[in-house]
Write a protein that binds this ligand. Structure first.
Ligand SMILES: [Zn+2]
Ligand SMILES: [Zn+2]
Length: 249
């Protein structure tokens, strides 16, 4: 097992565009820190607009694009990408990025989150009510897991998704089935440093399939960019072949 894993491409960072002071740093501060840490790629991935508390305002998506394009002209020693951490907002696989908005993004990540405005009552029920009922009966819990897993699989089948962020966090999913779908759709699974998923055990399950993994700091302030110590710990514990991680040297 390789000892010096160094993250060189960061695909999960929040900026001040994640509203209500959720992301603390400006894009300029994030880029400066990424250059200081000698990253090859830095990405800005604010919460999708379906997140009631923290989502980027739709009207600011083109504004963020222009700001990032301006910084790309200013700095030629680092790749700067504009992504988004989209939300599953419908159990039919709907995400909160409209087709007309997709052109602004270099890539789209997706994850489950609390505090999301669901598109219908059924999806709200599946997420919030089933989660609360699931502790009562094993069969209810399994049904909830199946529903969540199906929703995420549809989301990655129906949209061109780069990375699933923190799979298994916020709400339970079947990592085995999800990994099979990631293999089919060529979707990366994140080992998130800020949240405990994928866990060591989940990495072992997912790595049975031909899927790639990313490490993500999920930084909400520039100082935390590329800090993925906890992800690296889980990678080592799981024995994952590091050649399957897309963003390290
Ligand atoms: Zn997240
Ligand atoms: Zn995030």
């Amino acid at each position: 097992m390789e000892n010096n894993i160094k993250l060189t491409r960061e695909y999960h960072v929040h900026s001040v565009y994640s509203k209500n002071n959720h992301g603390k740093s400006t894009i300029e501060e994030i880029v400066a820190e990424a250059r200081r840490k000698k990253l090859k790629t830095i990405s800005i991935t604010d919460h999708g607009p379906g997140h009631i508390m923290y989502g980027i305002r739709r009207k600011l998506i083109p504004v963020q694009r222009r700001e990032i394009d301006r910084l790309k002209e200013k700095y030629d020693d680092i790749e700067i990408l504009m992504g988004v951490e989209a939300n599953v907002v419908g159990y039919d696989g709907q995400i909160d990025i409209k087709d007309s908005e997709k052109k602004y993004f270099d890539f789209i990540n997706v994850g489950f989150h609390d505090g999301v405005k669901f598109v219908d009552n059924k999806s709200f029920y599946n997420y919030h009510v089933m989660k609360r009922l699931s502790w009562m009966k094993k069969s209810t819990k399994q049904k909830m897991i199946d529903l969540n897993t199906n929703a995420m699989i549809k989301a990655i089948e129906n949209n061109d998704i780069f990375i699933i962020t923190h799979p298994g966090d916020k709400i339970d999913v079947d990592i085995d089935r999800l990994a099979q779908a990631c293999e089919k759709t060529n979707t990366v699974m994140e080992i998130n440093a800020h949240h405990p998923h994928l866990s060591t055990e989940e990495i072992k399950i997912a790595s049975q399939y031909n899927v790639k993994f990313s490490l993500g700091s999920d930084a909400h302030r520039f100082q935390d960019i590329a800090n993925v110590e906890d992800s690296i710990r889980r990678v080592k514990e799981s024995g994952l072949d590091t050649r399957r991680i897309i963003n390290i040297d």
